[in-house]
Design a protein around this ligand. Structure first.
Ligand code: NOJ
Ligand code: CA
Length: 711
């Protein structure tokens, strides 16, 4: 469509715009470039006065004319018939520090364009658009200023478009309103078919209403001058999660907000308010997507102050043994709950006993591991999966009769190991909300500073979805409340990460993808070898992942002989570096670590980083990342590949020049293979420096993990 350039004409027609009334023409289009000039956003109006934008990268149009707007309940849409009343630019160039993270210092450098819009029609509704353009992409959001005649706003749909300029290769999961635990698909945009992904035997809740994808969704263009795009959102606060509806013919994505069956709207807000940022990461090389901090930079600075009470750490847990079926979360053979249970009800399979916890504490203390997660410690588990009446069932302060919470905390403290709390809400958030204060206060009184929460199942109240506004508020409120009790949160079945960890750095990690646990019980044979090389370029762009790496007993025998982990053991080690999280589980049973020389890597590897260097990578194929530990300055390198074996050279030019280092390399054995020979590895030691080039050979489904320390 043709853009409108004739601002003067519009001013003549309509004397509403302030600057027009002063006799100056307000330009009806504007553009803003990133600091280096590699990305440019143009804003303009279409013939019918619809607000639109386009994006250029390195002189190529990567997002063509894309319209913006909203539909409301009991109010006409806000889309066409708009005028620009003011345009302003701004910029920022500063650096901020992460209390914990992939690196200490983050540069935040952008140019901004603000466009104030007003309806020509009598209602004269006003809306502002704010674009921030960075060298690694852009974000834009809508801002609804306070105005007459608009009190509470009921948004039925957001109409944000992203017009692609080619039939890109896309890595996507369906736009499920309830869960992100899908395998990734690799198809052309024109071939995206989310509806075909509806059937999921392993998901306790799933709802895919239309042909949409969830974000982050990452794409690669064709041709010699190819580029990568990744679409997501930043600062998802008091709003519904955004999926992207796919027009497979026009190659256009359009926002599809997650709704609720309880309301005639998807988002309800009172003015003034701003929407989350809609983000597009743009890179010439895939590895630069991982290095980008766009999502974090678009979030507000730390709002909770010092979080030094949370220490990034490795942890073990009474966890994998339940997924393997060695022990159970439940204590009893009865569905009777709560304080009426006694030792007479014990089924004999319960994992979270005082004795078992102490042995995990001993193991962790011996192996430089700071935490022990205990699942199944509290009453309610007998009445969980498959039950409709889950409200009031879980109790977050009452331990089972065979678990002495105070005693294990005391024992852990003696050994320098912290207990990690577990709150499975069974997707009954109202029950959790009623108990949150008491539960977090109990933790604070015991000196427990982190909780893993969970939301398995269909949300109660019925009609709400995990990714809708109501649940977004629940998840965010839990994190804010937890901060008041010095508690950090790692949520499973969460809302997606949108960089809020910058504002609330007690939001430490989350699941929100198909994790390791699927390998133990999925009827689809677990995660294929390409899974994590896709995750690194999709889900991981949004934030830390509690993937729970470190399975050494790859074939899961004798527990689950029909299932297995589809990587080599060496790849399991590499994941501690490749997959970022400030908490990293050593997920396997201690008996599979004892006596295994490869376990030395898990003992050594850091969890909190000074610097991160993404060395190479291609979505779905391979990725290599080097990270420098904050306290020690030691470097760790992780490299993983899909089902294809590959050889690569890694330059260690990130090391300090002129310094002698020793590298310990944990590599696949020559005959290793994810399926045929997954546990075969070799450890070699080499003197290295900043001029060394290491030759790595990764087996099919394999990996390499390297620790590099100063001599
Ligand atoms: C699902 C979580 O992802 C898993 O880690 C946990 O063990 C179970 N829910 C039980 O809460
Ligand atoms: Ca899960």
């Amino acid at each position: 469509m043709k853009r409108i350039f004739n601002a003067v004409l519009f001013c003549a027609v309509l004397l509403l715009a302030t600057s027009c009334s002063r006799g100056e023409a307000v330009p009806q289009k504007a553009s803003v470039a990133s600091p280096s000039g590699n990305n440019t956003v143009e804003f303009f109006l279409l013939d019918d006065g619809t607000a639109a934008y386009s994006v250029q990268h390195a002189g190529k149009v990567v997002i063509d004319t894309s319209a913006l707007g909203f539909e409301f309940n009991s109010m006409p849409p806000l889309r066409s018939g708009l005028l620009v009343t003011a345009v302003e630019t701004d910029s920022l160039d500063n650096t901020w520090s992460m209390p914990w993270g992939e690196q200490l210092e983050v540069k935040n450098h952008y140019n901004e364009l603000r466009v104030d819009l007003k309806e020509v029609a009598e209602a004269g509704r006003r809306l502002t658009l704010r674009f921030r353009v960075y060298d690694d992409g852009l974000g834009f959001r809508y801002e609804f200023p306070q105005q007459e005649g608009m009190g509470d706003l009921e948004i039925t749909e957001e109409l944000t478009e992203f017009q692609l300029t080619g039939d890109h290769t896309a890595w996507w999961i369906p736009g499920d309103w309830d869960i992100y635990e899908h395998l990734y698909n690799t198809t052309r945009v024109s071939e995206i078919n989310a509806i075909a992904k509806r059937d999921h035997p392993n998901l306790a809740s799933t709802y895919i209403p239309e042909n949409a994808v969830n974000t982050p969704v990452t794409m690669r263009s064709d041709g010699d001058e190819k580029y990568y795009l990744s679409f997501h959102e930043a600062a998802l606060v008091d709003y519904a999660g955004m999926t992207l509806k796919v027009d497979t013919t026009a190659l256009k994505l359009t926002s599809g907000l997650v709704g609720s069956e309880r309301n005639a709207y998807k988002v309800k807000r009172s003015l003034p308010f701003t929407t989350p940022w809609r983000t597009i990461q743009i890179a010439d090389e895939a590895k630069d997507l991982i290095a980008s901090h766009l999502i974090l930079n678009l979030n507000e600075p730390n709002a909770i102050g010092d979080v030094s009470w949370f220490t990034p750490m490795k942890y073990t847990g009474i966890w994998w043994e339940m997924h393997l079926g060695k022990s159970s979360w439940d204590f009893a053979n009865t569905q009777r709950g709560g304080e009426t249970l006694s030792m007479d009800d014990a089924s004999g399979t319960h994992g979270a006993t005082t004795e078992n916890t102490k042995s995990y504490i001993d193991f962790s203390a011996r192996n430089n591991i700071g935490g022990v997660l205990v699942e199944g410690w509290n009453t309610g588990w007998e009445h969980w999966i498959g039950f409709e009446d889950r409200e009031g069932v879980f109790d977050f302060v009452t331990p089972y009769p065979d678990y002495d919470l105070k005693d294990v905390v005391r024992y852990g403290r003696e050994k320098g190991v912290e207990i990690i709390m577990h709150h499975e809400t069974s997707a009954a958030p109202r029950t959790y909300e009623q108990q949150m204060d008491t539960a977090y206060a109990l933790m604070q009184s015991l000196g427990i500073h982190s909780v893993k929460s969970g939301y398995v199942g269909k949300i109660i109240p019925k009609g709400e979805y995990h990714h809708g506004q109501w649940m977004v508020n629940h998840y965010n409120n839990a994190v804010k409340k937890a901060a008041a009790y010095q508690v950090a949160v790692n949520a499973h079945e969460p809302i997606k990460a949108t960089g809020l960890r910058r504002t609330y750095p007690n939001m430490i990690s989350r699941e929100g993808l198909r994790g390791q646990e699927f390998n133990a019980w999925s009827v689809e044979k677990g995660n294929p070898p390409e899974h994590l090389p896709i995750v690194a370029f999709t889900r991981m762009l949004s934030g830390p992942i509690d993937f729970t790496p470190g399975i050494f007993n790859i074939k899961l025998e004798p527990w689950k002989p029909e299932s297995q982990v589809n990587t080599t053991l060496a790849q399991q080690l590499a994941l501690y570096v490749v997959i970022y999280s400030p908490i990293q589980m050593a997920a396997d049973l201690p008996e599979y670590y004892e006596g295994n020389p490869a376990f030395q890597f898990i003992r050594d590897v850091g969890v909190d980083w000074q610097r991160t260097e993404v060395i190479n990578g291609e979505p779905g194929d391979f990725v290599t990342i080097a990270r420098q530990e904050r306290e020690t300055g030691d470097w760790f390198v992780g490299s993983i590949t899909d089902e294809n074996a590959r050889a690569m050279n890694i330059d260690l030019d990130f090391l300090e020049p002129g310094v002698a280092y020793e590298a310990n390399i944990y590599a696949d054995a020559d005959d290793a293979h994810w399926d045929l020979n997954p546990e075969a590895y070799k450890i070699t030691r080499e003197d290295v420096n900043s001029e060394t080039t290491l030759q790595l050979k990764l087996a099919a489904g394999g990996g390499a993990a390297i620790s590099i320390k100063k001599k």
